[in-house]
Design a protein around this ligand. Structure first.
Ligand code: SF4
Ligand code: SF3
Length: 546
């Protein structure tokens, strides 16, 4: 059968090879084509900005923001709205046209920097510039690995930008690396070096977002989060954008409408700044992929601030709103640029007409173990390690997903020795955060640092432990990495860990389809990257014979 599209950027890609007829995620071939084109023109724009910087011309923050937002729009499950994506292509071409006129030597620019098609040409152009347009599978693999890492990095940048924080060095790199993926003169070795450099900027991007979040909202602290419901109607906020949540909390005060978090918004409860809102009731539901049932039973409006959207059922489609990089055709989108106050009155008015959420569970979960909080417990933790009460830390960060094989992570968490502590971040935690795994001398056995965006905390904690124990190498710590991935933010987390020198990371439930055999071999040979096995085998591998 002829390919209608080709996308292999996420873990659930069809047959572990590539989605070619439509996306397992629900992305249509038309939307996939427009996303390909948006990536292409954003790379073209980046080649222009990179040339301008080389010539000594500064690039505005507005252009940097556009590049980050464009990439974020193409992350898995963020935006399904072809027309919105086409409008972004047009906006990018308009911006690029003006900048191109300022480049002194345009002869150095690749074709993508020079292409300037009309809207009626978009679909035909998209067919010629997708992933498969790079014929050599290793070069293609490295270009995509870098591009997906940059997509993940764009998410950190975008959230920091929303809090009016920028890092021109990260933006400069992002654009230089995007431009490099268009450069046919680069060898596989040069692209491997660029892949590792992407990890360096991944760390910088995470640090930037961590600073923006903690300066705005304080340092996350140990918090018990209610998972039951109240009697008022509610608005459910999902995705990762804390600034959107803040605006919604402000606007719902005194309205009789409660606010609940969903999936990756759960860690918002850990920030001191959000604790002051009396209507910030708790967390409803689980990871993104269960939203069809949970959004239905929530009964009120849902705000998707970023990925992960699942194509909605008709029963709640008129209650589903998007904002920022997120979009879904037929669902209402709340606009507003950085620095502006978004107007959420439509959601609030709709909520008032809705029933209160239907209770699906009761109880509490505990989290807030980001770097500042954990480091304040450092003495206690070091003591527990020295006394042998804690023998190992197991980093189980990353994404959750639909694949049945992901039950591995629940079983793995249950099978861990009692003296092992899980460190996590991202929606992967929903595979085990409601199990009663107990504590070790008051230290919970699941330490949740926050969103996937907060994986930085895990790196800071590991580096601190290395220092406290006087070790030369992070790999000497009693620390193992068993990470679950789904979308591209997990790719930048992985590249960041590699940059920090972490070896022997296990990645599951399957290795990325976009790693060609040769590129996978480089990662295996140099970094000891491996997949997962059975729970039983992996217990032996990580902890030795029982
Ligand atoms: Fe397929 Fe994933 Fe791409 Fe969606 S994002 S089309 S599921 S590879
Ligand atoms: Fe989850 Fe989509 Fe990746 Fe943010 S919400 S970790 S999958």
């Amino acid at each position: 059968m002829e390919n209608k599209m080709f996308c292999y950027q996420c873990q659930e890609t069809a047959g572990c090879k590539g989605c070619t007829q439509s996306g397992v995620c629900g992305k249509t071939p038309e939307t996939a084509a427009m996303q390909d084109l948006l990536v292409y023109v954003t790379k073209g724009l980046s080649a222009v900005t990179t040339a301008l910087r080389k010539e000594g011309t500064a690039v505005s923050a507005q252009i940097n923001h556009l590049v980050s937002l464009n990439l974020f729009i193409t992350i898995t499950n963020a935006n399904f709205d072809k027309d919105v994506i086409a409008a972004k292509v047009k906006e990018t071409l308009d911006v690029k046209r003006d900048l191109l006129a300022k480049v002194k030597d345009a002869s150095v620019l690749p074709a993508a920097a020079l292409w300037d098609g009309k809207e009626e040409e978009y679909a035909a152009k998209a067919k010629t510039i997708g992933v498969l347009a790079t014929p050599n599978e290793d070069i293609r693999s490295l270009r995509e690995l870098i591009t997906y890492g940059l997509k993940g990095l764009s998410a950190y940048s975008k959230h920091a930008n929303a809090l009016l924080t920028d890092d021109e060095n990260v933006d400069e790199f992002m654009q230089r690396a995007l431009a490099a993926t268009l450069d046919d003169s680069l060898s596989a070795d040069e692209l491997i070096a660029l892949t590792l450099e992407t990890g360096k900027y991944g760390v910088d991007g995470m640090a930037l977002l961590d600073k923006a979040n903690t300066e705005a909202y304080g340092n996350p602290e140990i918090t018990k989060v209610n998972i039951g419901v109240g009697k008022n109607p509610g608005i459910l906020v999902s995705g990762h954008d804390l600034r959107d949540l803040e605006m919604l909390l402000e606007q719902t005060q005194g309205t009789g409408v409660d606010v609940y978090t969903h999936s990756e918004m759960l860690p918002a409860h850990y920030y001191p700044a959000f604790k002051k809102y009396p209507n910030f009731v708790g967390n409803y539901g689980n990871a993104w992929w269960k939203q069809k049932e949970e959004f239905e039973s929530f009964n009120g409006p849902i705000l998707m601030t970023t990925n992960c959207i699942v194509p909605p059922k008709d029963s709640y489609k008129d209650r589903l709103y998007t904002t920022g990089a997120a979009g879904y055709p037929g669902c209402r989108h709340i606009g507003g640029n950085y620095g502006e106050t978004k107007d959420f009155s439509e959601l609030i008015e709709q909520a008032k007409t809705c029933a209160a959420p239907t209770e699906i569970e009761t109880g509490e979960i505990i989290g807030g173990f980001a770097h500042n909080q954990v480091l304040s417990l450092a003495d206690q933790i070091v003591e527990a390690v020295k006394s042998g009460a804690i023998k190992k830390f197991v980093v189980m960060a990353g994404c959750d997903g639909r694949a049945k094989s992901r039950s591995y992570y629940t079983e793995f968490a249950k099978a861990l020795p009692q003296d092992a502590v899980i460190m996590t971040a991202g929606c992967a935690k929903y595979k085990y955060n409601k199990l009663d795994l107990g504590d070790i001398g008051g230290i919970p056995r699941v330490l949740d640092a926050g969103q996937c965006n907060d994986s930085y905390s895990l790196a800071v904690i590991a580096l601190k432990l290395k220092e406290v124990f006087g070790l030369d190498d992070i790999n000497e710590l009693p620390l193992v990495f068993n990470i679950a991935w789904y979308e591209q933010k997990a790719v930048i987390v992985l590249l960041s860990l590699l940059y920090l020198g972490v070896k022997n990371i296990h990645l599951g439930p399957t290795l990325p389809a976009f790693l060609s055999p040769n590129v996978a071999k480089v990662l295996v040979d140099n970094f000891g990257i491996a997949g997962i096995g059975t729970v039983e085998d992996d217990m032996k591998l990580f902890f030795g014979e029982a």
